[in-house]
Design a protein around this ligand. Structure first.
Ligand SMILES: [Zn+2]
Length: 337
């Protein structure tokens, strides 16, 4: 906690949705991490047998909880050895450390930064850490970018809609692709589909202003858990995608849970009922953060199928060499057939 106190940050600034924290905070964290003398591990010296072959990196696909359980049981020994490696590289006596690994966004070896401030029992929050010192993107977001680039392979004229705009991820996508549309939820002050004075586009995910069948790819990274009526958002994604278009989603997901955990709900009178202690995630535009309504379970994949999507699956990935650590990291992908 010493590190965070020195930076004058609030704990919630960094606990969740880390890639969406305001960029002035991200810059301070990044500067502090880069000037600190952190213990550093080299990923290219890691055991080869624990790596996934490059052409299999996104191929561990689980359409259902049963298939996930089968994968875990078939690969118990491999998963255990990966877990042991992760525990071994976390220094005992430091608040933070770094891993030199390949960043798929920068397309070269970079220093990836990890702090140990919010992990359980001294383990890092791998999902939101391993932040590249150059592109500023953490584990989860670098993986989404990697999957998009290597597997979805949008063409030069592809229209990509990403449900964020004030983030390093939006900027990285915009550098790579010519037609990236981003938006934030700005509320009633700006008409839907219009931009505020800083050029940020306002969208309500349950009533997108995108034309039907107008985009090739939609990317939603830790957004849908903040949308009480996420079913309407999924229907809007389906409507907006072209035939053959792809959806890539990350959300807080409980791998062992068949059903979604409802943390909060909106009552008929529009007030909020907290079913569990309120959890706020980083939000670039609101210092309080964004309320998390759901920790999703496997029924989320069923909701995607009900919205019309096909090929709905959860992809598990792990690679020390690419800085994708944290046991079972996942993203959910689907297509509009
Ligand atoms: Zn990078």
């Amino acid at each position: 906690m010493k590190f965070i106190t020195e930076l004058g940050l609030e704990v919630r600034d960094l606990a969740f949705g880390a890639h969406r924290i305001p960029s002035r905070i991200a810059r301070r964290v990044s500067r502090a991490l880069q000037t600190a003398r952190a213990p550093t591990v080299r990923a290219d010296e890691g055991p080869v047998e624990l790596e996934t072959a490059e052409d299999r990196l996104w191929a561990i696909i689980c359409p259902s909880l049963d298939e996930y359980r089968a994968y875990v049981s078939l690969n118990a020994s491999l998963l255990e050895r990966r877990d042991a490696l992760e525990r071994a590289i976390v220094p005992q006596a430091a608040d933070y450390f770094a891993v030199d690994a390949y960043c798929s966004v920068c397309r070269r070896t970079r220093r990836l930064h990890v702090d140990i401030l919010f992990g359980e029992r001294g383990a890092p929050n791998w999902r939101e850490r391993l932040v590249c010192g150059h592109c500023k993107l953490p584990n989860r977001i670098r993986a989404v970018y990697d999957f998009l680039d290597s597997t979805v392979q949008p063409g030069p004229n592809a229209a990509i809609y990403v449900m964020e705009q004030s983030t390093p991820f939006f900027r990285a996508l915009s550098r790579r692709y010519a037609h990236v549309i981003g938006s934030e939820h700005l509320g009633n002050g700006v008409p839907l589909g219009a931009r505020n004075r800083w050029g940020i586009r306002n969208e309500d995910l349950t009533r997108l202003t995108l034309d039907s069948g107008s985009v090739d790819v939609i990317v939603a990274t830790d957004v849908l858990e903040h949308v009480p009526n996420y079913g309407a958002a999924l229907a809007e994604c389906f409507r907006s995608l072209k035939e053959g278009g792809s959806l890539i989603v990350t959300v807080p997901f409980v791998l062992e849970s068949p059903t979604t955990l409802v943390r909060a709900r909106v009552r008929d009178d529009a007030s909020i009922e907290y079913c569990l202690p309120p959890e706020y995630h980083g939000d670039p535009l609101h210092s309080r953060g964004a309320l998390c309504y759901y920790h999703f379970g496997w029924d989320f994949l069923d909701h995607l199928r009900e919205a019309g999507f096909s090929g709905v699956c959860l992809r598990l990935y792990w690679s020390f060499r690419r800085g994708y650590l944290g046991g079972m990291q996942l993203m959910i992908t689907a297509q509009k057939a």
